[in-house]
Write a protein that binds this ligand. Sequence first.
Ligand code: AMP
Ligand code: MG
Length: 505
Amino acid sequence: MEFPIIIIQIFIIETKPIMFNFDNTYAKLPERFYSRGNPDVSNDPQLIYFNNDLAGELGIQVDSKDTAQIEEYFSGARLIKGSQPLSQAYAGHQFGNWSPQLGDGRACLLGEVIGTNGQRRDIQLKGSGATPWSRNGDGKYALGPAIREYLVSEAMCALGVSTTRSLALVTTGETVFREVPRPGAVLTRIAASHIRVGTFQYFYARRDNEALEILTDYALNRHYPGDHSEPNNALALLKNVVCNQASLIASWLGFGFIHGVMNTDNMAISGETIDFGPCAFMDVFDPQKVFSSIDVNGRYAWGNQPAMAQWNLARFAETLLPMIDADENTAMRLADDAVNAFSDQFNDQYLSTFGKKLGFSKPGSSTEELVDKTLRLLAENQIDFTLFFRQLNESNGDDPGKILKSMFKQEDQLQNWYKDWKKSLNLQGISTVSATTTMEHANPVYIPRNHTIEKIIDSAWTGDFDQFREFQEVLSRPYNFNRNFVAYESPPLDEEIVAATFCGT
Ligand code: AMP
Ligand code: MG
């Protein structure tokens, strides 16, 4: 008996691989700038969130429904074509103490892409395993701090603050051990570059002048191209970095943001906010506020951030001295002037930021005094920083209104301040409508409040990411009131207040 031959055709549906237009330049720098090595392969990657909008901006071609593929690529299990994985060398002052060798102990730079706006950006996996720079660390990222970094970095961007971005968040299926066992995660970080003050310090400490020159030219060309206003690249770079840091720190202050670990290895040459460790937005205004449990002396308190930025910039300037001028004294004088310029630049930005928060599109002669008075009022009365300014947008009469009044125990202090504020606006001929318009673009309704982040992290332990996704959505339009999201506006109840953020990230 003959059996009919049945031909079974199996169609294998080929998924289109993710396409990045890699154009890697850091990997072409001398080998002593980094060490090459691939990310670890996660055994059970699960996608938590993929930032489609950002992927679009970066010109990445990806099928957002193909979760399995995204999980493989953004956990490090599969290498994207054209990537040249490496971990960068850097050093740094941590809480003022010198560490001659840090480096990417838990991050892997895949390469650079040119986005649709023409900007070159780094694609980095954070938490992708140990590297030669890991020292005793495991090279991993716990899910909790990865969630915090995702939410806060994306919120900063929506608020209009210069910052690194988050493209993807994937859990790895591994357990990492901090104070307690936690799920491991990989966060794909996007940055203008990952060059830090500490990158310069690394070569400075090794008296590697050749590397310093290469790095200076590279950084200037990458971040501040076409600046030929100074006699040399080192001075041009220094002045640009000082200027960008001055406006960055002013914008942090304007949102009540406390970075928490402003070490020189966490200060980016691009002027972006980088490394969201024990960072937080404060609720009640207190200029001495810190969240980091290790910052016992308040080195990186809200109000200390400008001074600390300037300290870091002085460390940066040191590394550039021989390139600034062959004569040591001249080099010192030029560098000093450049770093000292931070104070005025910061003050201008600070007054402009807080002026806008009070309705002045440009600061006037009385703005500084008014800003000081405002902050004293908030501190003395322990007022929620974000809510106060937000409620100011709403008040348009001669009276502060019910909500603002309810925030104060001593209403007369508010009333007095309110009269002064109105008087200042009048003196500058600013109408209520115009002040409100200015304030609406300066005073957000939604910020990533610490207690909400903590709640979201707590739900993540049970595999619930719904609130993470919702909060991400809320934070993407921080200035627009949405009646469905009223809960995200509120300061914490007493029992919800988070006193400190961890240091074990
Ligand atoms: P950070 O506090 O995240 O700015 O990190 C400071 C330094 O410690 C950097 O060199 C990091 O690469 C390194 N580091 C932090 N966490 C880990 C970890 N889990 N494993 C290895 N290195 C780490
Ligand atoms: Mg760091």
